[in-house]
Design a protein around this ligand. Structure first.
Ligand SMILES: *Cc1c(COP(=O)(O)O)cnc(C)c1O
Length: 518
């Protein structure tokens, strides 16, 4: 039989350009290439069909726009596909284990979402009369109560919008307390360990303090003697994360708090890792004066990605008088939002407009009441158990910077075990992407060379952890056996390969420029 002659493909300019840039369609398997919306949109296309406007008198006095506005025009199905395809490029906790240390990427129960979508919560407006939002105020009051109960603290401020915003809030309360003591000019230093999250010194500096470092000891914890030696009449506060960013509990925390207080300073705790303590230890009992709580980490509200977040702050009795407005006040049957600093109050004022992120409050509260105090304590235990399961399963291959010791909710490895392999922490992380995993947190904490900080969270099953362990062990063997190819070219199967991250950070292209003549 004669082979049918192959007809020349009918091509157009668009298809040619596209093929030159990305292979033919750019799609691989069921993973779609997706151009920018401006590249697929055409100004003459629209998803809606509007009548021509009736003749009208132009009141712009000749100032009307003369050029086209330049928005991309798409039909409805094109717009839907564009955004669905982009959403599919997002790695998420709904897709797979997300071991990003210090970030607590755990499952967001759908019950939280259902509660947050109740019209009485999601349709309220911050300028509505208080008499019409009694239920929302009740929920805020309950949430504040649960936070104070779990932390053993005297007051709560719900308005901060993120953990870092909460740190600034705590620092402002400490500043107000120090000013009230007449020591504003002399107490200007805030201490933080060298393993601290970068937001700690930044928050202290933002509020006008001088950030100074206290070193860690060989066990990965604050060097108590060095801290005591540094404390003095110039110190306003210590900022300490507990468990710290090496995943270790600061065993000397009570002695640290006593030393800080004896020096006349305040003890700020970065509560980002509170998910390792809930139901087990109350920070107030450890001597903490202020602590932010990342609802998006500990209490399973979605991470904002720049969107709505919430970082409530709890205060000890010593700092409670300086807490910000607004707050909910309950007086018998009456409930009200106190929005002004009242005469005689020592509140430092306001952090932000309105009361905070209602949607996050509802989600966090839904999580709390659905777990109950016993359920939250179990979540804490399981988070710590899962991290230690990973530690025990990987410790024969991967090295730990502070020796093999029981960790809390996250386990820290370093790059010592990769020495001489030609594979770096970055390469190892990139190769995980080829295996379908988001990398762990790398190069943080900064005190550890080539840090790899793994936080599995309590939401992973044993089967899921076993597959993760098998994958990391396979990668580790490849690295140790000298298969550098597998790493240096990684990720090979992601929509984009290894990017020049320095250039991307230093010279980002933030603006789309239409092709010339277009
Ligand atoms: C996440 C985190 C923060 C900051 O919290 P955001 O909500 O991201 O602002 C601060 N400290 C530690 C240790 C963290 O893990």
């Amino acid at each position: 039989m004669n082979k049918p002659e192959r007809l020349p493909l009918a091509r157009n300019e668009f298809a040619d350009d596209f093929a030159a840039a990305r292979g033919f369609s750019g799609a691989r398997g069921l993973s779609f290439e997706e151009p920018l919306i401006f590249e697929i949109g055409r100004p003459e296309t629209t998803g809606v069909d509007l009548d021509e406007p009736a003749p009208f008198d132009d009141r712009l006095g000749g100032l009307e726009r003369a050029d086209p506005i330049g928005l991309p025009g798409l039909s409805e199905p094109e717009a839907v596909r564009h955004y669905v395809r982009l959403s599919q490029k997002n790695y998420s906790i709904d897709a797979n284990l997300y071991p990003l240390g210090s970030c607590t990427m755990k499952h967001n129960p759908r019950f939280n979402e259902a509660a947050a979508r109740l019209p009485g919560f999601c349709d309220v407006h911050p300028l509505q009369p208080a008499s019409t939002v009694r239920g929302a105020l009740e929920l805020m009051d309950e949430l504040a109560h649960w936070l104070m109960e779990m932390t053993g603290m005297a007051a709560a401020a719900l308005s901060p919008r993120a953990g870092a915003h909460g740190e600034a809030c705590g620092m402002m309360a400490i500043k107000a307390a120090i000013e009230a003591r007449g020591e504003a000019a002399s107490r200007r230093v805030v201490l933080a360990p060298d393993s601290a999250h970068g937001t700690n010194p930044a928050s202290a500096a933002l509020v006008g303090f001088e950030a100074r470092v206290v070193p860690c000891g060989a066990d990965g914890r604050v060097d108590l003697a060095a801290l005591k030696a540094r404390l003095g009449a110039d110190v306003a506060a210590l900022m300490l994360t507990n468990p710290n960013t090496c995943g270790l509990f600061e065993r000397d925390v009570v002695e640290i708090a006593e030393a800080v207080h004896a020096a006349g300073a305040y003890f700020y705790c970065d509560g980002a890792n509170f998910n390792a303590l809930v139901g087990k230890v109350r920070p107030g009992d450890l001597g903490v004066d202020a602590m932010h709580i990342n609802l998006h980490k500990t209490f399973s509200t979605p991470h904002g990605g720049g969107g709505p977040g919430a970082g409530p702050v709890v205060f000890s009795a010593r700092l409670a008088p300086f807490a910000p407005i607004p707050f909910v006040r309950r007086d018998g049957e009456r409930i009200a939002l106190v929005e002004q600093v009242e005469p005689g109050s020592r509140s430092f004022g306001r952090m932000a407009a309105f009361h905070g992120q209602m949607g996050m409050f509802v989600r966090a509260f839904a999580y709390m009441i659905s777990h109950g105090s016993d359920g939250m304590a179990q979540a804490t235990e399981d988070a710590v158990l899962n991290a230690n399961y990973l530690r025990a399963s990987l410790k024969d291959l991967m090295s730990q910077p502070f020796g093999d010791q029981i960790c809390m909710h996250e386990v820290l490895f370093d790059e010592a075990w990769l020495k001489g392999t030609g594979v770096s922490t970055l390469d190892f992380a990139k190769a995980m992407i080829d295996e379908g995993y988001h990398p762990m947190t790398i190069y943080f904490p900064l005190v550890v060379h080539g840090a790899m900080l793994v936080e599995p969270t309590e939401s992973e099953s044993k089967a899921s952890l076993d597959l993760f362990v098998a994958t990391l062990r396979d990668l580790a063997f490849s690295a140790l056996e000298g298969d550098v190819e597998r790493f240096s070219q990684a990720p090979r199967h992601a929509p984009r390969g290894r990017v020049d991250e320095t250039r991307a950070a230093r010279k980002p292209i933030l603006k789309w420029t239409p092709p010339s003549g277009g």
